[in-house]
Design a protein around this ligand. Sequence first.
Ligand code: PLP
Ligand code: ZN
Length: 446
Amino acid sequence: MAYSAAFRCLTGCAGSYPLTQPLYRCPTCGGLLDVAHDVDALRDRSPATWMKLFDERYKRTVWPYGSGVWGKREWVAPEVPDEAIVSMDEGGSNLFWADRYGRTLGLDDVWVKLCGNSHTGSFKDLGMTVLVSVVNKAIREGLEVRAIACASTGDTSASLAAYGAAAGLPVVVLLPRGKVSTAQLVQPIASGALVLSLDTDFDGCMAIVQRLSADGVVYLANSMNALRLEGQKTVAIEIVQQFDWTLPDWVILPSGNLGNAYALYAGFKMLKDLGLTTRFPRLCVAQAARANPLFKAWSEGRSEVVPMKAGETLASAIQIGNPVSAPRAMLALKAMDGVAEEVTEDELCDAAARADRTGMYTCPHTAVALAALEKLVKKGLVEKRQRVVVVSTANGLKFTEFKVKYHERALADVTSRLANPPVELPPDYDRVLAALDRHAAQTGKR
Ligand SMILES: *Cc1c(COP(=O)(O)O)cnc(C)c1O
Ligand SMILES: [Zn+2]
């Protein structure tokens, strides 16, 4: 295969470096790296030929092409051979028309991309399969890696631990104690990773793992490592593919460390560069108001994001005050005529509960995106007939505590308007019938 990709400086310093090199920053300026593809080589296939190839592979069982990521391998990590690939059939997640929810906002064409319907229950799998596969290739070529490590708000660690286990590679995860859900905590435990639970927040864990990787003790799997974003960018490609190779008008994304915002942009850019599309959708980066450094910068017209101490938010996976990929996200916002939005705890809970009442089972981060969408509608930025995709980043089943506390009315600063606690009754036919009648009277329907 003549296709190739290499690390390059995001801001344009000279030099390119093999993807198998453990490299997390530009050696010249210390800034972020990007994965640059030989786009001219990829032009050897026409747009129609790429579409046909990707469609033929999509969700089939010819390994590794059934994976939503490796089905696009030429655009992702073209030089990783079959035998190094560590895939668990990630991606290919459902994109559904949220008809009833959309109508409650006066919109005709709202879709939800359920990235949480993936191997470990979040979109992190898309990036992790690429990172672990490239490390696996590097190890086969002689790289010595004591462990692959990450700091995490719960989903990166679950994913890294699973893919590391699948590859038989040692994994270390650093978690902020008490700030991840029970499901997220137990995932890397079950996979056999070394789980370090630190009495700090995500930013505190990140500072330590960055130092470990800079000292060469571990290989860094956080999204500062550009390899993750190469896998994650397939979400953009897959959305367009699922719409029969047409673009939506808006993409709304809940964001914390801001890597995924850039990954989406990178996916849409590749589609455009290779002639499969002709423009960009608009991007909305949605943040929790208590962890909103990008929103602050954007709304004040600054391109520099000033780190803050993130406050406690139910959207724990985006409780990040010092986002590593801030410069990347700024590029994405600029190129995609993007906007930033922030939502309060009450707003996200309300959006989650109303979405759940239309049949979704929304994680708190997806709820941040849904609440942001409502704000964009109120501001007149999103219009009735526009096609909107809300990216659902994790599976709601990982966030049972959030759901339980909402329905128990036990969340601080939140009015549980749609609390629906179970009715406890003795096993008595008449009492059950009376409960049905009472419910019908209260809800006004049968
Ligand atoms: C990681 C994560 C995010 C944020 O992604 P970033 O790339 O850090 O902005 C959002 N939601 C969920 C559920 C996540 O796990
Ligand atoms: Zn540089």
